[in-house]
Design a protein around this ligand. Structure first.
Ligand code: THU
Length: 131
């Protein structure tokens, strides 16, 4: 698993914060942004996009993961998730499974207005489903 300097980590968090400002969340009111660093050094952003048909909503993390795949980068190194809230937003189970498809392991920074929690995907999802 890669090590990230404090600078790189803070840059990634800043990009996640920027992404959260683009969220479309008129129903929940929770604006989430993600910035995903791939092993080839690119950063892909995603935000949550809600829908009047609630279950069509996509989370910020999966949005970022799919941007990376569409951008041609299949190996994930780290993700920062920023919730513009005082509530912590650890990635949901579906997002953990999707991230695990493209990472042996990766750093996960869970950030909100007041705190930063640093963990790894293998801690969040010890046994992914795989075929
Ligand atoms: N949400 C995310 O963006 N990421 C998660 O891991 C959990 C939930 C979004 C979906 C929805 O727009 C809002 O947060 C409330 O569930």
């Amino acid at each position: 698993m890669i090590m990230l300097s404090e600078n790189k980590k803070n840059e990634l968090i800043e990009q996640a914060r920027n992404a959260s400002q683009k969220a479309y969340a008129p129903y929940s009111g929770f604006k989430i942004g993600a910035a995903l660093l791939t092993k080839d050094g690119k950063v892909f952003q995603g935000c949550n996009v809600e829908n009047a048909s609630y279950s069509m909503t996509i989370c910020a993390e999966r949005n970022a993961a799919f941007q990376a795949i569409a951008g041609g980068s299949h190996e994930f190194a780290a993700i920062a998730i920023y919730a513009d809230s005082d509530k912590a937003f650890p990635p949901c189970g579906a997002c953990r499974q999707v991230l695990a498809e493209f990472a042996q392991d990766m750093l996960v920074f869970i950030v909100n207005q007041t705190s930063t929690h640093e963990t790894t995907l293998s801690q969040l999802l010890p046994e992914r489903f795989s075929l």
